[in-house]
Structure formats: C-alpha cells, structure tokens
Design a protein around this ligand. Sequence first.
Ligand code: ATP
Ligand code: MG
Length: 353
Amino acid sequence: MRDPQQTIPPSAPPTRVLSGIQPTGRFHWGNYFGAIRQYIELQSVGESYYFIADLHALTTVREPDRLRGFVRDAALDLVALGLDPDRAALFVQSEVPEVTELTWLLMTVTPMGLLERCHAYKDKKTRGLAADAGLFTYPVLMSADILAYDATIVPVGEDQVQHIEVCRDLAGTFNHLYGDVFTLPKSRLVEAGARVPGTDGQKMSKSYDNTIEVFEEPGAQKKKIMRITTDSRPMEQPKEPEGDHLYDLYSLLAPAADRQAMADLYRRGGFGYGDVKKALVTAAADFFADARRRRALLEADAGAIDAILARGAERARAKAGDVLCRAKRACGLSRAPGGGGERGRKQSRGGEA
Ligand code: ATP
Ligand code: MG
C-alpha cells in the first residue's frame, strides 16, 4: 500500500529531485525498467541532481579498476538512456566532498539504535556476515546525499523508503537543535509492478547471476536470451501469457501491437519457446537501438563524458557548499555566528506540506 504521505500531489511545487544509483556492475534490464527509466523521466519536473554513488559502492566493490570502469560506464549508460546533462546535474558522488563533511555533522545526531534497525545492516548481521562501519552508517551518508541539495523529492524503490525516513529523522533532530537548516525530503515510490524477472524466472539481480545487461554485446545477449529457462509445457498446449517470465520480458520490450499478438499466440498454443526467444532478441535490439547509437557516439567523443561529469560536479558543489555552510554556521563550526533560523525566514522549505 502506498502511504498517502508519500504521494506528491501534482499541484505541489516539485522543486528539487535527487536520484542516485550505485556503480556496482553494468546496468541490467531490471535496473532500467525498475529504476533508471523512472528516474530519468523525473528530470523534467524541476531542478534535478543525479549522482553515481561511488562512495556507497566502495562497501562492495574492492577492485579500483573495476570501480572506475563501473562509474564511467554508468555515466555513459545514463546519458545514452536519455539523461540530459543540460537539465539534470549528472555527477559522481565522491567529487562533492561537501557531502562527506555533512555526513559527520549528521553522524553526531544519529542514534545507534536507529542504524541498528536499518535493514541493509540488519540483514547482513542476521545472515551471520561481517558488516563494516561503512555499511552500518550507509543511511547517514545517504541522508547527507539528500540534504546537501535541499532535495524535496527522492524517487526510490520500496527497499529505500526506510532510509528516507532515517533522513527525515536526522534532519528533524538537527533542525530541532540548531534551527531551520535542512529541507525535509519526501520519498516518491517509483512505479511499482516493475519487478523484472531474470533468465531463471527469479527477480533479475546481479547477485543471482541471472541478468541481461542493457548494453551487452548483441551476440552475447542473444546467447543469454536463447538460454532463458522455460517450463516443460508441450508446444501444442495453450498457456496464459501473464506470469510467464519469457512473456513478461517480451512485454516490457515489444511495441503494444506485437505484445498483443504474442499474448494471442500463447493462448492459442502450438508454438515453441524458441520463437518467443527470437522475438525477444529482436524486440530488445529495437528497443535499445537509439540508446546504443547514442552511447557509441558519446564514447567515441574523447573527453565528452568527463566534461559532463565535471560540469555536473561543479553545479552540485555550488549547491552542497551553500547547504554545508548553513549547517556549519548553525551548529557552531564557524567563527561567524549565525543559526539556521535565518534561512527559515528567507527561504521556503519545499519538502514540507
Ligand atoms: P544486487 O544483486 O547487488 O542487489 P541488483 O542487480 O539487485 O544488485 P541493485 O543495485 O540492488 O541491483 O538495484 C538498483 C536499482 O534497480 C534499485 O532501485 C532496484 O530496485 C532496481 N532493480 C534491481 N533489480 C530489479 C528488478 N529485477 N526489477 C525491478 N527493479 C530492479
Ligand atoms: Mg538488489
């Protein structure tokens, strides 16, 4: 059930949107249809900041060259998939050091118990795995990510709603102690229902090794698609398309008319899964053809993606610098006196209804 608190009425001023994605691997169809596509659409609703969360990824990716590669690929992929760097500031998280400084300020108002209840840490502990302080304090860094840009809207999946609540809690405590410093954000659930199945029918996920990557080399992608597991239904037997993971994948990628024709074919029976797989190969190639072209052009243009990221970081730093300065002054980390209360009178706090 969607919490009405988290639904943004169309009339509310959606001033600043913040989204981030971890560069922990190449993006797969699950990432695209479950998150990236919706995040990119939000670039049109207002001022938006889009970051590649390399500091968060550092808790899982331990090979420097891989991490560097994932960050670069993430940037190329996002722009190729439609993120417009003239509209949204696209940047790498670690290039805005103001955020890590802000993390410490927030850490001083973070109760241990609050972090102990957060699921990323709790899940790992329950499974008997060793967790580091980076994973434990991850929600504080995430809070700083959001608060540094006075973000009012943060699109997230179900699993991240808890972290937005942590962010609101910490911002609320800080504001209570020091005045009106931080803007309280709201989470916006990205369209539910986009649980993309993997090649084995489970949820598509890097950890399950069942992914199909968006920009995978076409030959390799075709091989993966042809190996998607199917049930042992005889070819002649009619079948309901919905819930069949091969059909579900096809329906994400195929134009509406083709999707309907395929559903009819399932219900009529007398076809082979091999045909569906071939149709899926073609649908995927068509769906991402423009994005692939854009990506190839961008990659061939030496320095283009670096320039985009540098410009994005500059914009992000300008904003984060203001917020950090406000926070430092408010809590006494500045020789210039002044509390956050001043801002309350001058600026409106977009996040609160
Ligand atoms: P991991 O296995 O490490 O959890 P992942 O492949 O599941 O990785 P995440 O980094 O967890 O990918 O997810 C990034 C974003 O993509 C999240 O917003 C998540 O909700 C979304 N996402 C990932 N997989 C799917 C999927 N199969 N269907 C819908 N959304 C997905
Ligand atoms: Mg996941």
